[in-house]
Design a protein. Structure first.
Length: 637
């Protein structure tokens, strides 16, 4: 017998406010069919909510997770069109690619890492396996959901004006009501609650709490009918479904109940007997502790595997960012400014072409950059004149912040450049590049504009080596391969996936660059990597393949001195990391081999970097930044 409490609500009465949802994760197999699920997520979210559209690259056991880097760019490209599906901008849509051994593991890890409130699992409506109801991926995720989860079968929700909500008193009733309530509000729909009275009470379900839940339904603003039925609910649900547009129900839960009890087979019956849009809900495994079900414990990932996973997920290619118009749109949407700093010392041969190429494409043709500035180190050739003739501002780093003195060296120029550059994002590229292309700039910018969690991006490339009159396609970057990378592998293995740690093309957000110290010479790139990793973690760092870079190759004696300075940076950071003294008795001067005709002699040279403190600790800098920000606010108003 059905008891129908129709129109049981007074509009002046209110129900309990549902828990806040702020971030929804949607794993996708086929992004082309993603529209209804994105629209559903948007309907469930309040203002300023976030949707994460995810694709997982599967890498089989026996292969390094790093091989996922081959498919990751393709997957990222497949997700890009989704950004136009929700044009209103009410909620933020972010696309992400992750690498894992299996899709369920990748989804669960992403949900936990991103601290998601809701997981939406698209379902095609049937399973290709007789052993699974939904699919292997969905069934496994429902066993121990990483967060509140809904399984969705639908092509379109826009016409759903009558929502049917069968409830029995399992642990998912509150959540199912929350989902129904949010959709009713977004779709201007009404909810019918079908209360299914069980034949017997199962221990652990707490009838008093459920009765309280039913009492609140009578005053819920979106519940228009409350129907009570005894016993097996399957026939009643199908009958009521005929006059409804959408069914929302809880997933099966029976830790101590017979297998055929509500809602295991019931969900299957409803799914098979009606083709109406269907949502199946389940709460987190941790919330089931009251019912004697313990959540799975996460096993720590081996360090080597962490690095492989980072490599696959955080390695990009410059071609992914060739759409410069889209980068400009991202920049303007985020309201950020971008500065390019060009450190230079006697680069008259190449700096003109570097400036012309970058300025024409990224400043004059398209406003990707807001300024280009040369930071000179007292060049004695025409470097400064060439730059000024091309309309670019030039600062001599020895004259910047004069009260703080100066060191010679590239790192000093970069540190001083933070004072004169105005942008929220800072890009630096070397000025000795002979095959300059705008991609050297927008390649390292792209990940920062596409991925808000990234803070620092390094470039890498193939480096031909010219010996005498012969050029070899590989062999450049000798200090990286013979000194920097071995030392990173030994002492900072988390950074062992960086292809070229000493590359001179990189970009970072001002807020992190101003918060770390700078070594003043050859050790600047090494110090930045270590310090940014220590302070912000590996996930804040990415790298981009920029293709090929041709520049002048330095002599072996010069490279030897560079290696000596870089090794000292490692030693200094190891001292701080392990609280031990390594450099106290180490010789900081280097014996250099000098050729004297057919004989040799030794020369001594002191080699070692100074270290500048974080720029945001400098009073003049803080004052200067406040003036810049105040000026910007005045322009806005």
């Amino acid at each position: 017998m059905l008891v129908d409490h129709e129109e049981c609500l007074s509009s002046e009465q209110t129900a309990r406010e549902p828990d806040v949802l702020t971030k929804v994760l949607i794993p996708l197999v086929d992004p082309i069919r993603a529209t209804p699920y994105l629209e559903l997520a948007a309907a469930l979210l309040p203002w300023e909510g976030k949707i994460l559209a995810l694709k997982v690259v599967e890498v089989p056991e026996g292969e390094s997770l790093s091989v996922g880097a081959e498919k990751a760019p393709v997957y990222r490209a497949s997700l890009e069109p989704l950004e136009s599906i929700l044009p209103s901008g009410r909620v933020e849509l972010r696309t992400i690619v992750r690498v894992s051994r299996e899709i369920p593991t990748g989804v669960a890890e992403t949900s936990r890492e991103e601290d998601c409130d809701l997981l939406i699992l698209p379902w095609k409506g049937y399973s290709s396996s007789e052993e699974r109801f939904f699919s292997g991926t969905i069934d496994r995720l429902l066993e121990r959901p990483p967060c509140n989860t809904i399984v969705v079968r639908a092509e379109d929700f826009s016409g759903c004006k009558r929502i049917l909500l069968p409830v029995r008193g399992g642990p998912y009733a509150e959540f199912a009501l929350e989902v129904a309530s949010r959709l009713a509000l977004s779709l201007d729909a009404e909810v019918t609650v079908l209360h299914c009275e069980p034949r017997f009470r199962a221990p652990g379900f707490g009838s008093r709490a459920y009765r309280s839940f039913l009492d609140r339904l009578r005053f819920h603003p979106h519940v228009r009918r409350l129907i009570t039925i005894p016993g097996d609910p399957r026939a009643a649900i199908i009958e009521e479904a005929e006059t409804h547009d959408l069914i929302i129900t809880g997933a099966g839960f029976s830790p101590s109940e017979p297998h055929d009890y509500f809602l295991g087979p019931v969900v299957e019956h409803v799914a098979l007997k009606t083709d109406k849009p269907l949502i199946v809900v389940k709460t987190t495994a941790s919330s089931l502790s009251d019912f004697g079900v313990a959540p799975d414990e996460e096993k720590p990932r081996p360090l080597s595997e962490k690095v492989d996973k980072w490599f696959a997920e955080n390695t990009f290619h410059v071609k992914e960012f060739d759409d410069l118009g889209k980068l400009v749109e991202l920049k303007e949407k985020q309201g950020v400014t971008i500065s390019l700093g060009l450190p230079a010392l006697n680069e008259a041969e190449t700096i003109g072409e570097v400036i012309r190429t970058v300025k024409t494409r990224l400043l004059d043709d398209l406003p990707l950059l807001d300024e280009i500035v040369v930071i000179d180190s007292e060049s004695t050739d025409d470097t400064v004149t060439i730059a000024q003739d091309l309309g670019v501002a030039v600062y001599v780093h020895q004259k910047v912040l004069p009260s703080h003195g100066f060191f010679r060296g590239k790192g000093e120029a970069l540190w001083k450049s933070l004072f004169v550059l105005r942008g929220d994002i800072i890009v630096w590229i070397d000025t000795d590049i002979k095959n300059i292309h705008p991609g050297f700039v927008y390649g390292v910018l792209g990940p920062l504009l596409r991925e808000k969690d990234l803070q620092y991006v390094k470039g890498f490339y193939r480096r031909p080596l010219r010996v005498g009159g012969e050029t070899f396609t590989e062999g450049g970057g000798r200090v990286s391969e013979l000194t920097a990378r071995p030392f990173f592998n030994l002492f900072f293995p988390e950074l062992s996936g960086i292809v070229q740690p000493l590359a001179g093309e990189y970009a970072g957000r001002r807020k992190i660059l101003e918060s770390v110290p700078f070594f003043t010479g050859y050790g600047v790139e090494t110090g930045l990597l270590i310090d940014i990793f220590n302070k912000f973690g590996l996930g804040a760092i990415a790298q981009v393949d920029l293709g090929e870079r041709i520049h002048r190759n330095q002599s072996l004696p010069a490279l030897s001195q560079m290696s000596f300075a870089i090794m000292q940076v490692f030693m200094q950071r190891l001292e701080e990391k392990n609280a031990i003294k390594l450099l106290e008795d180490v010789n900081r001067s280097m014996k250099l081999i000098k050729h004297r005709g057919e004989t040799y002699s030794l020369d001594v040279k002191a080699i070692g970097d100074g270290e500048r403190p974080p720029m945001n600790t400098i009073l003049e800098y803080r004052t200067n930044r406040e003036q810049i920000l105040s000026s910007s606010r005045a322009v806005i108003h």
